[in-house]
Design a protein around this ligand. Sequence first.
Ligand code: ADP
Length: 258
Amino acid sequence: MKRIVIKVGTSTLMYPNGKLNLQRIEKLAFVLTDLKNQGKEVILVSSGAIGVGCHRLNITKRPATIPEQQAIAAVGQSELMNLYSQFFGNYGQIVGQLLLTRDIIDYPKSRNNVINTFEQLLKQGIIPVVNENDTVAVEELDHLTKFGDNDRLSAIVSELVTADLLIMLSDIDGFYNDNPTTNPAATLFSDIHAITPELVILAGGNGSEFGTGGMATKLKAAHHVLEQNGQMILANGADPTIIFDIINGEQIGTHFRA
Ligand code: ADP
């Protein structure tokens, strides 16, 4: 396991009250920098631009119009990078920002340029921090510009860099046979080898207020990863040091592998 992509959702970076979870961001910076120091190549895919932007602008409810959301994302994205730059900087780690749009799927030239950027950053020991470019990717033009969600984006990034493992951190221990927040009797799948239509039904609808994905997008991402002969682990990001345990081979969360 040399090359690892880690995806964090808004629910990992922020408290449910919309404030920043500094403990988590701090631990994330510590863990990822330590992994890199161990000789791993680490890439972070991070949501949170809108959540952090709402926090910065004192907005409590996500506004309805797309221009308003994009303005918030523009503020939030630079705030988010500023946070990462500071927290990783405390451990001497440099980060680089990649804001992607769908053209990296549609245009081979763009795709190549992005791959080269990733490779060069990793060669220089820099941790790439990836997000969708929300100011360009408009919901209305979904099929043209938007990846759809960062779960999908993290699967595409894993493909671009031929990652050995995608670790997706969420607010839940893994994928269950029912939504455990509404059904306490739901049980965790520890290993999934193929994404069947039955599993997709169990994924239910969307998740948290600021997150956009829910389990459906995580299963689609897992499907993409499996198609590329990759592996994905879905685990709880409450304590980011869980990443050390995952890398050490402990059975944690839901492991998607063929
Ligand atoms: P993130 O913001 O971390 O990307 P989301 O909030 O979008 O995460 O998705 C995680 C949520 O999905 C869980 O908190 C849970 O409420 C919901 N969920 C729905 N169905 C399931 C399921 N079968 N297994 C686990 N979680 C589920």
